[in-house]
Design a protein around this ligand. Structure first.
Ligand code: HEC
Ligand code: HEC
Length: 318
């Protein structure tokens, strides 16, 4: 009897060990799965920001200048290569937009990418040309920046090396670099529509085109979002709109619904495939037009709160 008891207890012990170790295994699997889910969610968030809000993929891909609002040429996502000196008349040098796929940034650390994005300093420590909107991205929240970096690491590597830039003016003329450490940034609660809208408008750098600028290219105080800047691109010319809530010259008469509809209509495939010739636009409708309704509503809410400026703008002056 004792003998059986001995075997029986051994059997029990074995069963307990198997149960315990399989429980441990299950817990580990669950932890891995949870980590994988949160990584997936982070990459998804980064993709959304990089395509629809901050538009990293807009500037850093080949764009189709013939089609409405310059949609991207599929297969070039993140590979850069757009020659700014060919696209913009009078560009002060020669600059090819860099490749931000893993083939271009493979040896950059996350901290180096974060510094380039938020402070305009490249891996070597040189200042970046401020078309890279680091003055605005200095306000990005750490979790959003980490998400964007996680996403661009998943872009298909495209082996394209572009010639180094040659600028005719020292980078120092583009002003002091932002000092703020993005780790200090606080992301507003989405429930606070106006504050969250301000955050989105900042990181989406809407002001880069929509703040009225002096002939030297400096934003004029009191003319935020009042438009009127003419971009003389080859092969068309377009002037940015007044997007303050002035009723006569801005978007004061637009309802929230009309605002969203404008983005959706302009980003519809048939529009993006059209060839508007000289009546084209640099407003990246194909990218911003994929923002969520709630983000567009927040942007609308914020734009209602900025000073209303009377400034009549003619978008196409042919
Ligand atoms: C409005 C256009 C524009 C947008 C939007 C933009 N970039 Fe850039 N970016 C540039 C230009 C132009 C340069 C080149 C600047 C230079 O070399 O002086 C650049 C440079 C860079 C560099 C440095 C690469 C190198 O090899 O030196 C990185 C990294 C980068 N961008 C990442 C991003 C990320 C990530 C985003 C989105 C969060 C983004 N960019 C959004 C235009 C843009
Ligand atoms: C690269 C420059 C550029 C950026 C960045 C930009 N815009 Fe525009 N936007 C324009 C130009 C140019 C026009 C006028 C031509 C057109 O309607 O497409 C315009 C037009 C508009 C219009 C239409 C106004 C009207 O009267 O028809 C709205 C609304 C608008 N922009 C909102 C925004 C918002 C919001 C952002 C940021 C999320 C933004 N824009 C970022 C260049 C830009």
């Amino acid at each position: 009897m004792k003998k059986y008891a001995f075997f029986y207890s051994l059997l029990c012990l074995g069963t307990v060990t198997i149960v315990v170790s399989s429980c441990g295994e299950q817990a580990k699997q669950a932890e891995y799965a949870a980590r994988e889910d949160s990584m997936k969610a982070m990459v998804e968030r980064g993709k959304y920001l990089a395509y629809s809000v901050v538009n990293c993929v807009d500037c850093h891909s080949q764009l189709d200048f013939e089609k409405f609002s310059l949609p991207l040429v599929p297969g070039t996502e993140g590979a850069g290569g757009m020659a700014l000196h060919e696209a913009f008349k009078g560009f002060p040098g020669k600059l090819y937009i860099p490749n931000i796929t893993p083939a271009g940034l493979g040896d950059w650390t996350d901290a180096e990418i974060a510094r380039a994005v938020t402070r305009g300093i490249n891996k070597k420590g040189d200042t970046l040309f401020p078309m890279m909107p680091f003055h605005y991205l200095n306000a990005i929240a750490e979790e959003d920046l980490n998400a964007v970096i996680a996403f661009i690491r998943t872009l298909k590597p495209i082996e394209k090396i572009h010639p180094a830039k040659e600028m005719f003016v020292p980078m120092a003329v583009f002003g002091p670099l932002p000092e703020n450490n993005y780790k200090n940034n606080v992301k507003p609660d989405t429930a606070d529509k106006v504050k969250y809208g301000e955050y989105l408008v900042t990181i989406a750098h809407c002001g880069e085109c929509h703040h009225t600028k002096s002939p030297e290219g400096m934003p004029i105080p009191g003319m935020m979002f009042a438009g009127g800047n003419t971009e003389s691109l080859i092969p068309f010319q377009v002037t940015s709109a007044n997007i303050t809530a002035d009723s006569a010259t801005g978007i004061g008469e637009w309802s929230e619904l009309m605002f969203i509809a404008k983005f959706r209509t302009n980003a519809a495939t048939e529009n993006l495939q059209s060839k508007p010739g000289k009546f084209n636009t640099i407003m990246p409708w194909s990218f911003y037009g994929t923002m969520t309704d709630s983000d567009l509503k927040a942007i609308y809410a914020y734009l209602r709160t900025v000073p209303h400026v009377r400034n009549a703008v003619e978008k196409w002056k042919y």
